[in-house]
Design a protein around this ligand. Sequence first.
Ligand code: PML
Length: 259
Amino acid sequence: MALFSVKMRSSKGEFHISGAERIVPEEQIEKVVLSLLKRAKNHPRGNPDFISIKVEELKEEPLYLRALPVFEVKPLWSPVKILEKLFSLSQVPVDMGLKFYRLLLSGISPSGGVMRGAAVVEVPSGRRLESNKERGIRVSYIDITREAKEELRRLSGEKFTENFKEALTLSTKVLNHPSILAELCVSDDPDYTTGYLSISKKGYFRIFNMKERGVPYGGRVFFVKSGTEIEELRKYLEKKPVIVSSVSSYSVVSPDELV
Ligand code: PML
């Protein structure tokens, strides 16, 4: 059965307001186009003066993945201390991890703003590999099945948000690539202060209060192995369709229990 990618993005002038995407069978296209249109028109960031909706048949079979296991870290320590602990459990040096966390909080793009895509940082050199440092690499062609979404909602209860579901879907695709060691994310939504660090072979660690409310900066950093072939990684992240079709687990952990 043919599958279609449906992508929406909206803006006002130069200002990006929202974006979302789905992968659906042909008979669901109309319903999904309408729901993405409604979403674009009712966004807390404002009324767009430009909405683009693109429908495109997938040219290759999607990869079906199980979501990363999720660990909600109890906010018993400061976010910096939690990140220090988590980076020490990863292959990313703690100093390097914290340096990029601070950069995300202060505007990581060369012009001092938010990058539309992710920065790619080689470990241990710290070299930036993405060719366009203003745009970065944008992960695309992702979705989660209705069953997996409902299971995630059941497991995470009142902590479920649409942002969380979309971030877990994206991070599951990212961490599935063998070159990726970790992904750090701080939302650029001024009102969304929960972020995460995903670590290869460990999972997705949700961290509350990653930034002060009202801060308009954020973004994503992918930490990769030395010798990563950036063009191959870019193609996978930007083009390979991925559908998350099952979830693993959702647990709440204290920072001192992290191992
Ligand atoms: C974003 O706004 O794109 C990032 C959302 C991060 C979600 C973090 C979470 O709630 O687990």
